[in-house]
Design a protein around this ligand. Structure first.
Ligand SMILES: NC(=O)c1ccc[n+]([C@@H]2O[C@H](COP(=O)([O-])OP(=O)(O)OC[C@H]3O[C@@H](n4cnc5c(N)ncnc54)[C@H](O)[C@@H]3O)[C@@H](O)[C@H]2O)c1
Length: 405
């Protein structure tokens, strides 16, 4: 086997890609590589471009319970894979992360506020970069968060700075998109997430353009609604800007959605109300989108149907209960889906987020290895059926919206 590259990552037997990257045959004196990447043929529109334990496309939600290996592979024919191979070869950051948040409204503003007051030693976030299209709001947030300090506190807090989108794409390890053109006001009947698709798609374009222009290879995390649809849109629009597949944009595994955390929080309130908090905290799992289709299980290996139904109902309707009180819901979402999730995600721990599951962004427990990938667990046959149906429903929805490949 011929190895190419002299950093922590090597390519196995792929001189053509190595030449494009400028990676030479590995020196005999170099230490053993940390990652040996084998080229494979695959479909860059339906699966991660770089993966550990590749699962070929076509298995639907089965990736959530089926076993897979531990070998590292990359899709040789993915046109845009080079920038991600280069990024993987750099020493991985384990602390002092730079996080960017675009959209400093209720959700993004609260998340930025809470993260700005959390010690870097705890969150590993060294710098928070802020962006909003409203210059007044941006300046206000820079002033407000710039005045967060603890007298004689010896736990440094993150630096907080304003940044343009290109600057964010040059420096961020994780970029959060929390901007919205207009959240449906109180009293709006029916679904308040999917109607935001077209206006928020337009808002997203600037960030996608900046990401591609700067060769961004960090994490691109969707917070804005409809979360999974917009994550899919980001993958689609950055790789098919004129509608036809180019494949030179954001890698699917570097995109994700942060939204399942609050669904879990709402469901846990239900479990606590019926005296099941501790057991369900150990065994429970939510799956699916940030919408009224989310599913929650007290234990996916041995579900209690009545409790699953109650938890699922509470998760699905939680936002309406707050709206009915006369307030827009954003505190639980910002804290659960972002503030309590992002630091764990950056630390490589298992979190609740939406990742690319056979061509569709789908909420599930997942982990950041290189990209976000769902973690497997034992799942009862009746639960598998529900997850397969939900995956298919989402796939059809994405196709109907013209954003699935
Ligand atoms: N992921 C979750 O768990 C979750 C939960 C609740 C709400 N949401 C969604 O989060 C989004 C934001 O909600 P909100 O209540 O904070 O909205 P908001 O109206 O309070 O704030 C939106 C912010 O985005 C800014 N903005 C608009 N266009 C922009 C652009 N192109 N670039 C940069 N900034 C831009 C606005 O100036 C504003 O500050 C909505 O789509 C909402 O439905 C997500």
């Amino acid at each position: 086997m011929k190895l190419f590259g002299n950093e922590r990552v090597v390519l196995a037997d792929d001189p053509a890609t190595a030449e494009r990257l400028g990676w030479t045959v590995r020196r005999r004196s170099a230490p053993a590589p940390e990652i040996v990447l084998a080229p494979v043929a695959g479909d860059p529109r339906r699966e991660p471009w770089i993966a550990q334990g590749r699962v070929p496309p076509g298995g639907g939600a089965g990736i959530l319970w089926k076993g897979h290996g531990r070998d590292w592979t990359y899709l040789r024919e993915a046109p845009g894979v080079d920038r991600y191979l280069r990024a993987l070869a750099r020493p991985p950051r384990v602390r002092d992360f730079t996080v960017g948040i675009s959209g400093l409204g209720r959700v993004g503003g609260l998340a930025a506020s809470a993260l700005s007051a959390a010690a870097t030693a705890h969150t590993r976030i060294g710098t928070l970069l802020l962006h909003d299209c409203d210059a007044g709001n941006l300046e206000r947030m820079v002033q407000e968060l710039g005045s967060v300090a603890s007298w004689r506190g010896n736990s440094p807090l993150p630096r907080v700075e304003a940044a343009g989108l290109p600057e964010m794409m040059r420096h961020c390890d994780a970029f959060l998109f929390a901007a919205a053109s207009a959240v449906p006001p109180l009293g709006t009947p029916g679904d308040v997430r999917l109607p935001q698709f077209q206006p928020n798609r337009a808002c997203l374009q600037g960030a996608l353009d900046a990401a591609n222009a700067e060769g961004y290879a960090g994490l691109f995390l969707m917070v804005s609604d409809p979360v999974e649809v917009l994550a899919q849109t980001a993958f689609h629009d950055s790789n098919a800007p004129g509608g036809a597949w180019l494949g030179t944009g954001l890698a699917p595994e570097r995109l994700g959605g942060l939204a399942l955390g609050v669904m879990w929080g709402r469901a846990m309130a239900e479990a606590a109300a019926v005296g099941q908090r501790e057991r369900v905290a150990r065994t429970g799992v939510p799956y699916g989108p940030h919408s009224a289709e989310v599913l929650v299980f007290d234990d996916p290996a041995a579900p209690d149907p009545a409790l699953c139904e109650a938890m699922t109902r509470t998760a699905r309707t939680g936002n309406y209960r707050v709206r009915d009180l006369g307030f827009l819901p954003y505190i639980g979402p910002a804290l659960s889906s972002i503030v309590l999730t992002l630091p764990e995600l950056l630390a490589g721990k298992e979190v609740l987020a939406s990742s690319f599951v056979d061509g569709v962004y789908f909420g599930a427990p997942c982990r950041l290895r290189w990209g976000l990938s769902p973690t497997r667990r034992r799942i009862a046959p009746e639960v598998r059926g529900q997850l397969e149906d939900l995956h298919l429903l989402l796939r059809n929805r994405m196709s109907g919206l013209g954003i699935a490949f």
